[in-house]
Design a protein around this ligand. Structure first.
Ligand code: ZN
Length: 137
């Protein structure tokens, strides 16, 4: 069934057809290819993709954890302005630091390092300590 939808990017009303047959089908969210592409670009600017292993470890220790808004198999997509991002970064840097916990599984430490890189490549390295700056690449 054809229906009127509001574009999630520009807000214009447009006539939409379901993506799948039948009334339970999902409807397109954007009025045009242009709005779809622009929206994807804005989401990429507003988010950071990080590996999931350290994120899960952090979450399981009941610490404030950024919400996963993505749908990836081995990665988590978090918003740059998520209020818990600082908690996650501090924890990741603690694990990634040469004097960090040495009882942690190697995979968790490797994931912590990748988490630091992913977040710092977006927010900047300026205020990182030298041992953390050494992870930069
Ligand atoms: Zn639009």
């Amino acid at each position: 069934m054809m229906m009127t939808r509001k574009c999630e990017h520009c807000g214009d009303k447009f006539l939409a057809y379901p993506n799948r047959k039948g009334t339970t089908g999902t409807y397109p969210r954007f009025c045009s290819r242009k709005c779809y592409t622009a929206s994807r670009r804005e989401q990429a600017m507003a988010t950071i993709k990080i590996p999931d292993r350290f994120w899960i470890d952090h979450l399981e220790r009941a610490l404030p954890t950024p919400t996963d808004i993505g749908d990836f198999k081995n990665h988590v997509l978090i918003r740059r302005d998520d209020p818990a991002i600082g908690e996650l970064l501090d924890d990741a840097e603690h694990y990634a630091h040469p004097s960090g916990p040495d009882s942690a599984p190697r995979g968790v430490i490797a994931s912590a390092k990748a988490t630091v890189r992913a977040i710092r490549n977006v927010i900047g390295w300026d205020d990182a300590c030298p041992a953390i700056k050494a992870l930069q690449r």
